[in-house]
Structures are given as C-alpha cells and as structure tokens.
Write a protein that binds this ligand. Sequence first.
Ligand SMILES: [Zn+2]
Length: 87
Amino acid sequence: MRAWPRFCVRCAASLAHIPSTMSKFNTDTICITCAEEEREAPGYRHAVEIERLAVLNGNNNFQGVGLSPEDVSFLAFKRADRKAVPR
Ligand SMILES: [Zn+2]
C-alpha cells in the first residue's frame, strides 16, 4: 500500500496539520476543506449513492465514479473563491 500523501491532491495544502480524507468521487486523498467543498458538488449525491451500492454488492475496493466536467469546474471555482477571500 502506498504511503498517505503529505499534500492535498487538489489544493496542495499540507496534510501534516490538517485532517484529510478520501474523495467520494475517486481515490484522491484530500484535505478537510476540499472534502467540505466536494459535498456541494453537483455529482456528490450520485457519487455517494453509487459507492454505497458498490459496497452493498460486496465491492469494498470501489474506486469511485470519477469527477464529471461539471464537478471539476465546480471544485475549481470553489478553490479560486477560497483564495480570493482572506480569512
Ligand atoms: Zn485541499
């Protein structure tokens, strides 16, 4: 098994000091902020439902449905927004 990544695949945040998780869409390891943004993505409910069905059918190694172009651009907008708003 490969080592847990040290940086968020999507926004490059260091995962040394912030929680990380696996994407519901694919096998990306992402930071908690990216995970929260992912929950608002257009395909999120679909991705979660398909994963649930895969596990129900005995597939515990489901790789995810993947990100649609809509999801990719949605998440890109969210990340751009994050940088634009200082906090
Ligand atoms: Zn991130």
